[in-house]
Design a protein around this ligand. Structure first.
Ligand code: TA6
Length: 290
């Protein structure tokens, strides 16, 4: 189902196309074609994702919240915008929402290289993004194709997921104990090791955990339930909360919003993916409300 409109809470916006997967039972997933950003995932009418009240939908910058698609660069980039171009360009609908025999809803989105992307990153590629909405799960399957014949390219890939939480100070994240991480808060570029069995957030946090396990659980998400993250071919996990000081600095983020979100992001960012001509890279993630 297509509808024009912002696909987010801020209605005063330039119309962009929005695709809605509706499984029934007030279980839906809404994708804004600007960046193929998932801007809403409702399970039994409970919104699982955080979108800032100050998010803009003018098609000019990344949507602040939901699940921005980070490619081909994670972090600052000399050749283009921070976190790459995928989250700020318009995607195509490769397959409109369709009910599968299982009752789940599937849709596919894609981008291919064009003069805009080549002006920043001069490689021929195709990026395919398949979403499946299940009863209490959202599945993401990503394919990156090097459609060239003679040039190898490398890239980062990450799903920058903003989970909605009643109070981030009550959340616990499992599966990070023993992992090394880069702490982008200290910016000393040093490697640290996580000693806690569960990671909690009580200050400005911006960490890239490396070679993390396939599964994380976040406690005390919406309705005090748990969110299970399973990831495949995403070796890294980024944990971010801007806290007070950074929240004030981010224009499209409310000063009082940081307690109500936590970013736990599956990605391939510590080392780039190196893709030979004519080959593909696939990664997937499953989010499950427990
Ligand atoms: O994923 C964490 C992070 O890399 C932080 O360093 C912070 O910059 C955040 O992404 C948001 O970045 P953005 O470009 O969307 O403001």
């Amino acid at each position: 189902m297509y509808s024009s409109g912002s696909g987010g809470s801020n209605m005063a916006a330039a119309p962009t196309s929005v695709v809605v997967l509706d499984r029934g039972n007030n279980t839906t997933c809404t994708i804004n074609l600007h960046g193929a950003t998932v801007v809403s995932w409702r399970v039994n009418n409970q919104e699982q994702l955080f979108v800032s009240k100050q998010a803009v939908f003018d098609g000019k910058k990344a949507i602040r919240g939901g699940i921005p698609f980070v490619f081909p660069q994670f972090g600052s980039w000399n050749y283009g915008p921070q976190h790459g171009f995928a989250r700020v360009i318009r995607w195509h609908v490769e397959k409109s929402p369709e009910r599968l025999p299982s009752g789940d809803i599937e849709a596919m989105f894609c981008i291919v290289d064009n003069e805009v992307t080549r002006s920043m990153w001069n490689f021929p590629f195709r990026l395919s993004y398949r979403l499946i909405l299940r009863e209490k799960e959202l599945h993401f399957n990503i394919g990156v194709y090097n459609v060239g014949k003679d040039v190898t390219f490398s890239f980062n890939l990450l799903l920058h997921t903003y989970f909605k939480v009643p109070d981030v100070r009550r959340c616990q994240i499992t599966g990070l104990q023993g992992c090394t991480f880069v702490d982008k808060v200290t910016r000393d570029g040093a490697m640290y090791q996580e000693v806690r069995d569960v990671v909690t957030i009580n200050e400005y946090t911006d960490r890239v955990y490396q070679n993390t396990p396939q599964e994380h659980i976040i406690t005390n998400v919406v309705s005090n339930r748990k969110m299970r993250i399973q990831k495949y071919n995403f070796p890294d996990t980024v944990v971010w909360n801007p806290w007070v000081e950074k929240a004030r600095e981010i224009q499209d983020f409310g000063d009082d919003e940081y307690p109500n979100m936590i970013c736990v992001e599956a990605g391939h960012v510590s080392a780039p993916v190196i893709l030979l001509p004519g080959t593909a890279f696939e990664a997937s993630e499953i989010l499950q409300v427990m």
